[in-house]
Design a protein around this ligand. Sequence first.
Ligand code: PAF
Length: 252
Amino acid sequence: MRVHHQLPEWQAVRAGAAYAGKSVGFVPTMGALHAGHRALLARARADSDRVVLSIFVNPTQFNDPADLEKYPRTLEADLRLAEGLVDDVIVPPAAALYPDSYAYRVTEDKFSRELEGAHRPGHFDGVLTVVLKLLNVVRPRRAYFGEKDWQQLQLVDGMVRALLLPVEIVPCPTERDPDGLALSSRNRRLSPRARAHAAQFPAILRSARSAADSSAALEAAGFGVDYVADRDGRRLGAVRLENVRLIDNVPL
Ligand code: PAF
């Protein structure tokens, strides 16, 4: 597994014999990898001749500077988790991905303003912009995204269609702990007590009869509720517990 901290070094490998005529599967991440990311990498490995992982904590998608500051950076552990599944890891510096200092950006002006977008202004502009840049840098045949970030998945898929990008976006099911909590790098910020309590979030999303009932039941169970909404056959929610923001969605 090669690890590239500079884009030109990666681009030379991408242009060379190791990638000539090969199908490339790509998993973009912000690091703090867990078993959910490993499942994406395993899927990419099964589908592709070459697998590329990016690790980049993208500053433009954090509307709260404190959240960016607190985001876990665990490169050594991430590389251990990726070992055996990945051919190349790119860990680019921010200046390499933003030579324009974010003067140019991708904006979707409908769905990106709802749900997560309504609570995190500018978040999806940052996500779409960095994903487009990474797709240009990696040039994969397929890119893998988890269904846990369902709105992100829909928006990335929409961008690929809108901009006629030659890549297939592959949705992958949410990985969960045995108690039902969706795997997330944010879970590690919960105290043991809150972590045990957090399993009620997906359970209530699933069991309540309506989005409004879910919201009321989550409030009663001690969660701060940002939203619960039913969209396209799924119930999506975002809650806060001990200042940690959790999102999830379940099929209706
Ligand atoms: O889902 C994530 O980890 C990020 O939003 C992504 C897609 C890597 C873009 O920074």
